[in-house]
Design a protein around this ligand. Structure first.
Ligand code: NAP
Length: 263
């Protein structure tokens, strides 16, 4: 395949955007958000089984991937190879698959291409992750409860994984050891998954959208961070921020906070 050079959106005309997973819940909301934005133009809606060449044929400069964990890595590889910036909300990315992306971006086709992998586009959820890293320095105990709708395919959520990693970084910076926990017997996994040393509990329940509670415990006190997305529209300001910024950030960015000025 011949290398395609990454296109640079121009301030003078709307940025051309494709949505992958356009018929899904998030994808449909993203299509509406792009259509409503004066500085963006929706040029392709891609569903399962559609040929991705339609994205290049439509002249898309940025593609938003809101598909399924089993498809997203191949989609993003294709976008990189065609010089199209990618804003990815699909979850299920692992350290291994992210490393594959870094290698691809370092190759000839990837030069100048920006890829944002955003485990959560909700501004409040991004802030909660950042605040969790700060709080983690000061509390012996920390646990995460993530709650989602019953159709979510993966557990724990990408947001919970990233929150656990942020807490682990905060604890390491403060020189804190393992969280105190005397549990000796847990044959059914009642203590939840352990991500980066932090217990994560996943709730799947009809009626929910996306919710996260981070509980910190110290001597005689508890500190709780909570974020609730009640509607998928809560993700759209973050999606649009990603679309507008991704071309200015070549290479891989993990987390929307990479495009936010959080100090
Ligand atoms: P959804 O309603 O199931 O939508 C996924 C859509 O992608 C479906 O229409 C599906 O088609 C389609 N699809 C599957 N494979 C495809 C492919 N290869 N190319 C193009 N389209 C394909 O799921 P959702 O609730 O919108 O969520 C989508 C993803 O976003 C999930 O991974 C979810 O966890 C994630 N998410 C992220 C955030 C965030 O802030 N980062 C927030 C919410 C959700 P079929 O119906 O035919 O399978």
């Amino acid at each position: 395949m011949s290398p395609a050079s990454a296109s640079t959106p121009s301030a003078a005309r709307p940025t051309r955007v494709a949505v992958l997973g356009a018929a899904g819940r998030m994808g449909a909301a993203a299509c509406r958000a792009v259509e409503d934005a004066d500085d963006l133009e929706l040029v392709a809606r891609i569903g399962r089984g559609d040929d991705l060449t339609a994205v290049a044929d439509a002249g898309a400069e940025v593609a938003i991937d809101l598909t399924v964990p089993s498809a997203t890595a191949d989609n993003v590889a294709w976008l990189i190879d065609h010089g199209i910036h990618a804003v990815v909300g699909t979850t299920g990315w692992t350290e291994e698959s992210l490393e594959g992306l870094r290698e691809r971006l370092a190759g000839a086709e990837g030069v100048g291409v920006g890829v944002l992998i955003a485990p959560n586009f909700a501004i409040g959820a991004v802030l909660a992750m950042r605040f969790a890293e700060v709080a983690a320095r000061y509390y012996d105990s920390a646990e995460i409860i993530e709650m989602h709708h019953e159709n979510k395919l993966d557990a724990p959520s990408g947001t919970a994984r990233h929150t656990a990693a942020a807490i682990a970084r905060g604890r390491a910076a403060a020189g804190l050891g393992p969280v105190p926990d005397a549990t000796e017997k847990d044959p059914d996994g009642a203590r939840g998954a352990v991500v980066d040393g932090i217990h994560v509990h996943a709730v799947r329940q009809r009626g929910l959208v996306a919710h996260e509670v981070v509980q910190f415990g110290g001597v005689g006190e508890q500190f709780v961070l909570r974020h609730d997305s009640f509607d998928r529209i809560s993700f759209m300001p973050g999606v649009l921020l990603g679309v507008r910024e991704v071309a200015s950030h070549p290479g891989l960015t993990v987390g929307l906070d990479g495009f936010m000025d959080l100090g």
